[in-house]
Ligand binder design. Sequence first.
Ligand code: ZN
Length: 317
Amino acid sequence: MPFMPYEVEPHCTKSLSTSHQPTGINGRMEIPPEPWPTGLIERPEPLVRRILAPNPSPYTYTGTQTYLVGEGDRIAVIDPGPDDPDHIAALIAAIGTAKVAAIMCTHTHRDHSPAAKPLAGITGGPIVGCAPLALDDAGPRADAPFDRTYAPDRVLEDGEKMTGPGWTLTAVSTPGHTSNHLCFALEESGALFTGDHVMGWSTSVIVPPDGNMGDYMASLAKIYERDDRVYYSAHGAPITKPRQLVRGMIGHRRQRENQILRLLGKQPQSIEDMVSQMYKGLDPRLTGAAGMSVKAHLIDLEHRGMVSRSGDIWKTN
Ligand SMILES: [Zn+2]
C-alpha cells in the first residue's frame, strides 16, 4: 500500500545529472535512471558504510539507505530498512563477522524499521533508538505507514549515547516528521544521521496527527544550532552544507504558511481548494500527500490561534 511520508512539490524538480544537492528547497529531485547502487557497499567516509535497499518509489527516492557505523568488533546499524530478504542478506554480508552492538532506528515508518526485528534475530544485536509509537488500534495513528512490529530493547532519550570502538553515536531528539523521530550524531566525524527529518532529495512531509508541524519547525531550529559537518539522510545524497539547507527549509515552511494565510484571507475554503491553488499541475497520485502537508500547517496555525475550522472549511481568525 502506498504511503506518503514525503512532501511532493512538482514545480522545481532538478535532475541528479546536474547536481547531487537539492538546490531548490521547494523542489524534490527526480529519481535518477538506474543503475542505482542497490545492495552494494558504499563508503562515504572511513567510519561509515551505506547500503541502499531495493524499495524505490515516488516516496522513497531510490530507496532507503541503511548505514553501518564502525568496523571490526562492534558496529552500529542505522535504519535497517524494510523487511526485504535481499536487503537483509546484503546487510548480513556487509556485517560479516562483526558483532552488532546496536540496531538503531530513527523512526518507525515502514521503510525504516521493519528489518530491525529479523536483523536482531540473526545477529543477536539489540534494537535501540526511537520509541515505539503509542498506537491505538481504534485511533488514527494506527495507519499503514507505521511499522507496528517495532519493539526496541532500549529507547534512547535526547543526548543519550551508544559507543563502540572508535565511534560514539548520540541521540538528538527531532520530533515532527513523526513524534518519535531521532537523529544520531557521530561525534568522531561531525556527521549527523538525519533519517527523514532532513533529506538529501526532498523536503519531509508532516502527516498529522502523528506528524506535527510545530514540533518539526522546532526540530529544524534545534539542528540549525548544531555544528554538524555533513548530514547522512535515509534518502538521497549526503548534505554537505547542512546549515544552509536547514535555513532554506525553515524559510520554505514559512512561505507555505504565508501562502495558506493569504488564500484563507481571500475566503474561507477547504484543504482540497487550497491544494489545487498551491500545487498547480500536481500528479494526481500525490494530491493526498500535498493535502497532508497543508493540513499539518493548518493544525499548527490553529494551535497558534490564527485560523479555525467549521467542518471541512478553514478560515482566518
Ligand atoms: Zn519517514
